[in-house]
Write a protein that binds this ligand. Structure first.
Ligand SMILES: Nc1ncnc2c1ncn2[C@@H]1O[C@H](COP(=O)(O)OP(=O)(O)O)[C@@H](O)[C@H]1O
Ligand SMILES: N[C@@H](CC(=O)OP(=O)(O)O)C(=O)O
Length: 551
């Protein structure tokens, strides 16, 4: 009987939809409807809403020509559409909400974040969390301390004690049993002792070490939501298909991630609906199978990747500021929120050092064309910043000013031993071999000026030996002049107005007697960068901000 029902409904449905019917007993069948729409003469929208969010399976009560009828708690309905074999993403989740370390720094903050989530009852979110407060920094410091302190003293490392205290106290304050974190905290203790014994901290071990931050925060938060009666399920990203390169500390998400993660989360939700609470920042190396991290601030990238994986309507990143601001508020307290940005502008801004977003985080959102909203978890009412494909540029000039300090600049002049192509190729191959990426470049036929981003691993400064090696390797083909303590000031905005923007900027610089040592426009054209001395930079940014934004 079940097979007969099944084939009838399959004929009625689009070929990529299926209705799975399992006999329970001779007289009863159960129909797995998953994401199906229900028709109900009285309250069809309410009925479909309930069915989608809470009821996956329903007994079939009858099959008629008009369709298969099933019953759930709200009554009897006709199955209009039934679920694709591979669970469809449609309507299961609506948004991803990522909360950074500052948003979940304490028990009080976690309560506040729960309130934020509950204040959007119409959303079906996926939640991404970073480690609580400064936990990532403390884990790194604890690891460094372990290398030199000796195994006997490992358990006394102050950062380890504060991590332990913070997570246990948070559990207590939220009314949770400490068993939520016991196992992980013990594992962390053993790891630190292990590092102290072998006196070595490789990048691979360091990624494993810092992973404890996100693994702890998500477990606490999921347990807290469950305690509040909001069903939530914790996920370690590296267990659900976040596949990355094996570049420990700076891994990149690989494309297979999207399908795997989408399938894992949606499949679970269809079986047993619960808000997913996912660790930000973490992945699994494709070859090594080990835990990787995606660079500091990598939880933003987790959020946008989830947005793409689950084809969501919107990606929200919740910070401790009212959105992306016209400049870093730590540099100039007159910074004001930017209403809208394009993906290009946001990518340039983050790449050139605005800490507010992870440099790679715009990629999945741009590829899937999903808007990203930057919001303030301390000020929910603030509209925040929307980042999307295009925006009205008719009124737009400068969007934001970004300062990157302590940059090293190289002037490389060809000895003319190679042709032009050979020269440029050789210079960049030396950088590639040394794992050093280049930020700003200006070239002529025989010379290159560039600033170096020391493939920044954990904010490590480019060390002297690396610079010396670079100079030695280039010395056969070029004269190299190395200048340190420079700053890059990036002007992000509407490229159609750049003549005007530069005119204004140079006028400010002329009045201050400051010379730009290098000027360069990025390929996306949303950015012009100027290189000046470190000593002049902060003051110049403040003056530029006053001229462009009147504050
Ligand atoms: N242009 C900018 N707009 C907003 N915030 C900025 C900007 N530049 C730097 N920041 C800094 O970025 C911080 C927010 O980013 P972050 O600390 O990464 O948040 P979270 O840890 O919550 O993800 C702000 O507190 C601010 O100090
Ligand atoms: N905890 C990681 C990842 C992260 O994204 O953090 P945050 O969202 O607080 O910037 C870090 O500190 O880098």
């Amino acid at each position: 009987m079940a097979a007969a029902i099944c084939s009838t409904s399959l004929q009625q449905c689009a070929p990529n939809w299926f209705l799975k019917v399992e006999p329970i007993s001779d007289s009863q069948s159960r129909c797995q409807i998953g994401l199906s729409r229900w028709a109900s003469s009285s309250s069809s929208s309410l009925f479909s809403e309930r069915c989608i969010s809470s009821q996956r399976t329903a007994p079939i009560v009858s099959t008629r020509k008009s369709g298969v009828r099933c019953q759930n708690g709200a009554g009897v309905g006709v199955v209009e559409k039934v679920l694709e074999k591979d669970p469809s993403t449609e309507l299961l989740f609506t948004t991803v909400m990522k909360f950074g370390g500052s948003s979940v720094a304490s028990a009080e903050r976690m309560q506040e974040v729960a309130n934020v989530i509950l204040s959007f009852p119409l959303e079906r979110p996926i939640i991404v969390l970073s480690a609580m407060g400064k936990t990532t920094n403390n884990l790194l410091k604890a690891g460094e301390a372990a290398v030199s302190c000796g195994a006997g003293k490992a358990c006394l490392i102050s950062e380890l004690t504060s991590i332990d205290k913070l997570h246990r106290e948070t559990c207590q304050k939220l009314g949770l049993d400490e068993s939520v974190v016991d196992e992980l905290l013990e594992e962390l203790q053993s790891l630190i002792t292990g590092i102290a014994m072998i006196k070595e901290l490789t990048l691979r071990t360091r990624d494993y070490l810092v992973s404890f931050g996100e693994r702890l925060s998500t477990r606490i938060f999921a347990a807290f939501l469950n305690k509040m009666g909001v069903k939530a399920r914790q996920y370690d990203a590296f267990e659900i298909g976040f596949i990355t390169t094996d570049d420990f500390a700076n891994a990149d998400i690989l494309d297979e991630t999207y399908e795997q993660v989408g399938r894992a989360l949606l499949g679970d939700y269809v079986k047993d609906p619960a808000i997913p609470i996912v660790t930000g920042f973490l992945g699994k190396g494709i070859k090594t199978g080990r835990i990787t991290t995606m660079g500091r601030g990598g939880s933003d990238l987790t959020a946008t990747a989830l947005g793409r994986a689950c084809k969501l309507r919107e990606i929200q990143v919740w910070k401790d500021v009212d959105g992306v601001l016209t400049c870093d508020p730590n540099i100039h307290n007159g910074a004001i929120p930017v209403k809208e940005l394009t993906f290009d502008e946001a990518a340039e801004l983050s790449y050139f050092g605005a800490q507010v977003l992870h440099p790679q985080s715009m990629r999945p959102a741009r590829e899937a064309d999903i808007p990203v909203r930057v919001k303030n978890s301390y000020n929910i009412k603030a509209p925040g910043t929307v980042i999307k494909k295009t925006r009205d540029l008719s009124e737009a000039q400068l969007t934001s000013i970004v300062l990157k300090k302590s940059v090293t600049m190289l002037d490389i002049v060809s000895l003319r031993m190679l042709g032009q192509y050979g020269f440029l190729g050789k210079v960049f191959s030396v950088f590639a071999e040394n794992g050093i990426s280049v930020d700003v470049v200006a070239t002529s036929e025989v010379s290159i000026s560039l600033t170096l981003d020391p493939a920044k691993l954990w904010e490590r400064e480019l060390i002297e030996q690396e610079l010396q090696r670079l100079q030695d390797e280039l010395s056969g083909i070029a004269m190299v002049n190395l200048v340190q303590n420079r700053s890059i000031i990036s002007l992000i905005g509407n490229y159609q107005c750049f003549s005007h923007i530069l005119e204004k900027a140079f006028s400010v610089m002329r009045k201050k007697g400051i010379n730009a040592q290098m000027i360069s426009q990025g390929a996306s054209k949303a950015n012009v960068s100027l290189v000046v001395d470190d000593t002049e930079a902060v003051d110049l940014v403040k003056s530029l901000h006053k001229v462009f934004f009147n504050c």
